[in-house]
Design a protein around this ligand. Structure first.
Ligand SMILES: Nc1ncnc2c1ncn2[C@@H]1O[C@H](COP(=O)(O)OP(=O)(O)O)[C@@H](O)[C@H]1O
Ligand SMILES: [Mg+2]
Length: 251
């Protein structure tokens, strides 16, 4: 069953058709990789789905409901969450408080930014549990600003996950981290998808990571979908390999 379906969704910036009549489908329970060169329209598509941008044309259906005109907050409540290409953390808060802040927001509560987790036992426990799932428990008291780049990217995914979404968009969760730190991030993403009721769409440039971790791959080019298939199918798709991977050879 498809969890998300866009129909002819379109966004133009002046004369630039950044997302051009895209039909994009995400099936429940899959880990989908969204690939494409810079400027292909990946982030814009995610912005349209998460509600940061309004579609000029087209329809977005989530869990069978039309969310095209819903606000970001309505879509978050419906179960759509996303992380950003650049991390979106409060550097002056500890790792555990970054998570706690999201849990409070999810619960519709507001808290002063000081000692968030300490104020609410249940929230503190849930935040610690999430940190554990992400292998970050030892870093709970560390200020986000003092974490390594890999840890920051992990924490950023954890913050989006703390919204308890049904559909989680991760915009380049491994960008800017060392090759060695990429696998732990993708291992966690795989584990939350396999163990929970989460469906994930990961925008990723590293084709080794894409082929290794994704169930399905959607390739975008110049605002349109160029290909959609299993890693094996995409590996054999010459149009993708010449346009996106650039070598004309599959690995
Ligand atoms: N806010 C914006 N204003 C104007 N042009 C934009 C904006 N966001 C994206 N674009 C343009 O839309 C196209 C798609 O961008 P983007 O979705 O960021 O691509 P990707 O994430 O695949 O690299 C690019 O040509 C980009 O310059
Ligand atoms: Mg992008």
């Amino acid at each position: 069953m498809s969890l998300l379906e866009t129909k002819a969704v379109t966004k133009t910036f002046g004369a630039n058709r950044a997302v051009d009549a895209v039909d994009f489908t995400v099936r429940a329970g899959e880990l989908l990789a969204l690939i494409g060169s810079n400027g292909a329209g990946k982030t814009t598509l995610v912005n349209l789905i998460s509600g940061l941008l309004r579609a000029d044309e087209g329809t977005i259906l989530f869990a069978g409901k039309d969310v095209t005109r819903q606000t970001v907050n309505q879509r978050i409540r419906a179960g759509i969450a996303r992380s950003f290409q650049l991390v979106n953390l409060f550097d002056g808060l500890s790792a555990v408080d970054n998570i706690a802040l999201t849990i409070f927001a999810r619960q519709g509560k507001t808290r002063s930014l000081a000692t968030l987790a300490a104020r609410d036992q249940a929230v503190a426990e849930e935040a610690m549990l999430i940190l554990k799932e992400f292998g970050l428990a030892p870093k709970a008291p560390t200020l986000a600003g003092g974490l390594s780049q890999g840890e920051r990217k992990l924490l950023d995914v954890a913050v989006a996950y703390a919204l308890r979404p049904k559909l989680l968009f991760l915009d380049e969760p491994t960008s800017g981290v060392s090759t060695r730190e990429k696998a732990p991030i993708m291992d966690v993403v795989t584990s939350i998808v396999r163990s929970g009721n989460i469906t994930a769409v990961v925008i990723e440039h590293d084709m080794d990571i894409v082929f290794r971790y994704s169930d399905r791959i959607v390739a975008m080019h110049q605002g349109a979908i160029l290909a959609d298939g299993t890693p094996e199918e995409i590996r054999r798709n010459e149009q993708v390999t010449t346009t996106l991977i650039g070598t004309g050879e599959t690995r």
